[in-house]
Each structure stands twice: as C-alpha cells, then as structure tokens.
Design a protein around this ligand. Structure first.
Ligand code: G3P
Ligand code: CA
Length: 274
C-alpha cells in the first residue's frame, strides 16, 4: 500500500500492499486514508463520462470513479455532465429532449481527440455492471429538478443489484440539489449520501448540522475548504470530499487540509503512482 504522508511540507512514500492509496497525516502523526476519486472518469486523460475515461481511472487504480447521471426523454438513465449534449458530443440539444436512441448515436469522444472517436454516452446500468467490484462509484445526480422521479429510478437500479446494502459501501450518491438528497436518503437509508456546494454560505455550523441529519459527506469546491471547515465536518460525523483537482498545487493543498477524498481529473496528482 502506498501511503503519501503529508505534513510540514514533507511528503514521502511507503510501499506495503498491492493497493495504492494516499494518506494524510496530521501533526499527531496519525495516518488517515485519502481516497482518490477520478472525476467524470480520469477526465484529464480521456473524454469525460465515457467508458474510455472510466477504464483509464480503473487502470490508474483510482479508489472511485465519479459519474453524472441524467435522464433521456424516454426515461433511460444516461451518463453525461452538461444538461445539453453540445459541448461533449457531435450533437446538439437538451439531454432530456432526446430519446435514448438519439443519445446513443452521438459521438462523445471525438471532441477530445480522434483516438476517442466512437465513444458513446454510457448508461447507468452499464456503469454499475462494468465497474462495481473493480472500483467505488460516486454517483452524482445531475440537475434532478429536470427529471422528476430520477431518484426512484437510480434507487431501483441499485436495489436490483443489491448495491444498496451496507457491504457495498463503495457506492455514494451526491448532488447539488439538497432536497433530492433528502429523498435519496429516505429511499436508500443504507447508502452514503453527499451534498455538493461551492457556496461559503453553506459552510456555517448551522447549515452543516442540517446536512448531517441526512448526509454522510459534505463535498465542497476546494476554494471554500479551510482547516476549520474540515474539523467541523468531522466533528459532526461526516466525511469531506473536495473537487475538482486540475493542478498539482490544488492536490497538495487538499492533501494538507486533511480531507477524506479528493475528486480529480488527474488521479496521479493525488497519488503519483496512480
Ligand atoms: O464530484 C464533484 C463534482 O463533480 C461537482 O461538479 O460540475 O463537475 O459535476 P461538476
Ligand atoms: Ca459531477
């Protein structure tokens, strides 16, 4: 196991097992695991939210992949970040206005390079079947307000595979939509829930206490992470996963902040052996 020890500006590596994971050390010398979450797959190296990006993340031994789940016009759960297909495919229009057949014909890889031509929008069930057991899956429900009933559909797919049970704890569900996450917690009480935010207003003790009633993770943008925030989140019994690392400097900052997981386009910035 690789352990990255971070303290007083000093990092070093220990090799002890086949699993490579980063550890942050507090001044007490205590080691704590830092999970590496490959954002939209290893999105720095392959087109986001495609099998190429998720396969790359697994190849890089990421602890989790992060996926963005939305819904087609005819109710299929698909993996894409933006609420339109314009930026990351050769098509145009809103995800929710296109049928699954229309979405599936799109090229979701060429925008990043010819070598990725032909990558398709994956489906949610495809991701669960292909990656569960190989890596953890951080499921973001993207813009659930656009897709009434998406929480029930996500819950059904997980239950069908027994992925809602405690022994399958490497499944986490998160969203910027807090009402959706309250609902998700009721639907799947044993699955860890995360709230996403980039707003400092959501870091007050009162807000954190509200989140702790239904969430297990408080997942902020790195720009609002402070030592005090990390301590408060931990005191309330939650974990903290921060996003999105696109530079070594940001990775080093978050490692020093003692967060529990780092969500990154570049898994190797968090752990150079990834
Ligand atoms: O997992 C955190 C991150 O994905 C949230 O932002 O916009 O990349 O979905 P975004
Ligand atoms: Ca996301």
């Amino acid at each position: 196991m690789k352990k990255t020890l971070v303290g007083a500006g000093l990092s070093f590596v220990l090799l002890c097992s086949p699993f490579q994971q980063s550890f942050a050390a507090e001044t007490t010398g205590e080691l704590r695991q830092v999970d590496t979450v490959a954002h939209r797959g290893a999105a720095g190296y392959a087109p986001e939210n495609t099998l190429a990006a998720f396969d790359k993340a697994v190849e890089m031994k990421s602890d989790y992949i992060e996926i963005d789940v939305q819904q087609s016009k005819d109710g299929e759960l698909v993996i894409i970040h933006d609420t339109t297909v314009d930026r990351t495919t050769d098509g145009s229009g809103k995800v929710g206005d296109l049928t699954f057949e229309q979405l599936r014909t799109l090229d979701a890889g060429s925008w990043m390079g010819k070598q990725f031509a032909g990558e398709k929008l994956p489906t949610f069930d495809e991701i669960l079947d292909r990656y569960h057991g190989k890596t953890g899956i951080l499921i973001e429900i993207k813009a659930p307000e656009l897709y009434p009933g998406i929480e029930e559909r996500v819950a059904a797919e997980l239950k069908e595979r027994n992925l809602d049970l405690p022994q399958n704890e490497k499944i986490i569900i998160q969203s910027f939509n807090f009402e959706s996450m309250k609902k998700m917690n009721k639907l799947l009480p044993k699955v860890p829930i995360g709230v996403l935010t980039a707003s400092k207003d959501n870091t007050s003790l009162q807000k954190l206490q509200e989140f702790a009633e239904y969430a297990d993770y408080f997942n902020p943008h790195y720009s609002i992470v402070t030592e005090e925030l990390v301590d408060n989140v931990h005191t309330l019994g939650m974990k903290i996963s921060s996003w999105t690392v696109r530079s070594q400097k940001t990775a080093d900052f978050l490692l020093n902040m003692d967060v529990d997981a780092i969500i990154t386009d570049y898994p190797d910035y968090v752990d150079p052996r990834k």
